[in-house]
Ligand binder design. Structure first.
Ligand code: TMP
Length: 216
């Protein structure tokens, strides 16, 4: 996903971090792009990025993490996703937020809790400790959970688009991930908004935009 940088930086405005979470095929890429464009139209400066990725190191780690090369220990996954996250916070998120920009990020720490925690069974407390190291305690101002039955999401992706997570994990894994995301959202209703992503993209986007404008 290309970063979308607008030119105006207004240090008078508080920086805001909006994250998009959810299963595969929920539309994070398209919705992130539309959201960034809509926020730029309100006069705010926006950075659009993604996890894993968004930096040179992060994109290299992304290629390693998503290639379908067989079974990876979930602890190795958790550490590598957090390594990419640490670099993203250091290089992109921290400076952008300090400059008063709005950052729209496809996936963030909740993905590790959902996939490596609820999906793979690693202890949530360990993953939270790891995330606090990699993010320095940075918590999104708003997290939009694009909720979708994993069967629908996986069907939306063509064979060529499949990553290791779609190819190597069964439907049960993806169901645990979905349930995990919903549990995380229920535990933090102030930060999360849950959006039904099974609908057409325009209806989903309307909810994504409204949920984002609440915190700007
Ligand atoms: P995506 O960018 O197409 O959503 O692919 C990223 C994949 O990586 C997706 O299957 C979810 C997975 N993932 C984790 O397992 N843990 C994480 O912390 C993150 C950020 C992603």
């Amino acid at each position: 996903m290309p970063a979308l940088h607008s030119t105006v930086v207004d240090p008078q405005q508080p920086g805001r971090l909006i994250t998009l979470e959810g299963p595969e095929g929920a539309g994070k890429t398209v919705l992130g792009q539309r959201l960034a464009t809509a926020i730029v139209a309100t006069g705010r400066s926006v950075v659009l990025t993604r996890e894993p990725g968004g930096t040179r190191l992060g994109e290299r780690l992304r290629a390693l993490l998503l290639e379908d090369g067989g079974r990876v220990d979930p602890r190795a996954d958790a550490l590598l996703f957090n390594a990419a996250r640490a670099q993203l916070v250091h290089e992109i998120l921290g400076p952008a937020l300090a400059a008063g920009q709005v950052v729209v990020c496809a996936r963030f720490g909740d993905s590790t809790l959902a996939y490596q925690g609820y999906g793979e069974g690693l202890p949530l407390a360990d993953l939270r400790a790891l995330a606090s190291v990699s993010t320095g305690g940075l918590v999104p101002d708003r997290t939009i959970l694009l909720d979708l039955d994993p069967e629908i999401g996986l069907r939306r992706k063509s064979q060529g688009e499949q990553t290791r997570f779609e190819a190597s994990f069964n439907l049960e894994f993806h169901r645990r991930v979905r349930a995990g995301f919903l549990e995380l959202a229920a535990a933090e209703p102030e930060r999360f908004r849950v959006v039904d992503a099974s609908r057409g993209v325009d209806a989903v986007f309307a909810d994504v935009l409204a949920s984002s404008l609440e915190v700007l």
